[in-house]
Write a protein that binds this ligand. Structure first.
Ligand code: SAM
Length: 355
């Protein structure tokens, strides 16, 4: 079967047999990528019109107890200056974000044990009280069911937890032995059961990734049907074990994004910072490949350079207003429009605040 036929079949059936995914990833070319992008763009326009949602990401701690081999804020990176924002500082970021039109705040951090359930729920409740019309997204890693439940009850709505790779052996080559693939996947299902809008996703081009492991990633997306999917290229960081590894390919990342849009037409799909770092046109290309979300940085400027997941991370020099203005221009240059609104997944739109 030719790749175009595989892409058409994916569009019609919203799934592919494992062998077809693997064959597609082993032997695709620029024509296949452009074909998938065109189809994905059409689906995005049909579902969302010209609208692109923007979410403000607040990187509130770079302290992490984990030692993921790819990540610049891994605990063993002793050359990284560590910081933790206070609740007041996070609220100031939200205030500036709200003024600029943000209606989703994404709280992201390393797995920082100082942020106990009590502290997290206090923070979430404070944001919820001040901004009842905003969505609160968490991206703070693996926690217990009780913790996820308490944070949901305090007012969090969404949770981003990339699965990173859906192949257990591959997962074991990206993480130290104390980290468990099974636990990460369990967390995703627990979050779903509690009622969060859940996002999973993978890095593209991590060391030891193969067409087979990517096929498993697409199968996980097929089975889990996330509300959001975070997909971007792996980029090396000079103070990690993967410092000498090649960066993930931008075209392959774009292909994965387009295939994800075709598979899950309503998914909220960010054009990621990693894509914008790998190529100056990356964010625009992501939009043209079917993305409908951008996540500008709302963190205080003095800490941005300390949240270096990979080298040369984009957007660390700009203020919140400048970063948003730049993305707005990029999005508008391809005929799309950044809209103010929570931008919930279709399955979760149930009150007048959502659009
Ligand atoms: N600690 C939380 C977690 O584990 O989900 C959230 C923070 S973590 C730094 C956010 C994401 O950054 C990870 O899920 C991973 O996919 C991405 N990331 C980390 N290092 C990266 C790298 N070198 N290149 C690209 N993405 C990276």
């Amino acid at each position: 079967m030719k790749n175009r036929e595989r892409i058409d079949r994916l569009n019609a059936e919203k799934q592919l047999p494992h062998g077809d995914w693997a064959a597609l990833f082993s032997d695709w070319d620029e024509d296949d990528r452009a074909y998938a992008a065109e189809l994905a763009r059409g689906i995005t326009t049909e579902r969302f019109g010209n609208r692109v949602y923007f979410r403000g990401i607040i990187e509130f701690s770079n302290i992490c107890k984990n030692d993921c081999y790819y990540c610049g804020i891994r605990k063993s990176n002793r050359s990284q200056t560590r910081y933790r924002l206070s609740e007041e500082e996070v609220l100031l970021c939200c205030r500036e974000g709200y003024r600029l039109g943000y209606r989703t705040f994404v709280l992201q951090s390393g797995e920082d044990p100082w942020w106990t359930d009590e502290r997290m729920t206090d923070l979430i409740a404070a944001i919820r009280a001040s901004y009842p019309d905003c969505a609160i997204t968490l991206s703070i890693g693996e926690r217990s069911r009780e913790s996820y439940q308490a944070m949901y009850d305090a007012g969090a709505n969404r949770y981003l937890l990339r699965h990173e790779t859906a192949d257990e052996a591959h997962y074991g080559r990206l993480h130290p032995a104390e980290m468990s693939f099974a636990h990460r996947i369990d967390c995703l299902w627990t979050l779903r059961e509690i009622g969060y809008q859940v996002g999973c996703g993978m890095m593209v081009g991590t060391p030891h990734q193969t067409p087979e492991t990517l096929a498993k990633d697409m199968e996980l997306l097929t089975a889990f049907r996330p509300a959001m999917a975070g997909i971007g290229p792996f980029l090396p960081h000079g103070c990690t074990p993967f410092r000498d590894c090649a960066a993930g390919s931008v075209p392959l990342s774009l292909l994965c994004l387009s295939l994800t849009r075709i598979l899950l037409p309503d998914v909220l799909l960010p054009s990621t910072t990693a894509l914008g770092t790998a190529s100056s046109e990356g964010r625009i290309q992501g939009i043209l490949a079917g993305c409908n979300v951008v996540m500008p940085n709302l963190s205080p400027q003095n800490v941005r350079k300390s949240y270096m997941l990979y080298d040369n991370k984009a957007g660390t020099e700009l203020s919140a207003a400048e970063g948003l203005a730049l993305l707005k221009n990029q999005v508008e240059s391809v005929g799309r429009e950044i809209v103010v609104g929570r931008g919930d997944h279709k399955a979760f739109r149930k009150d007048q605040c959502n659009d």
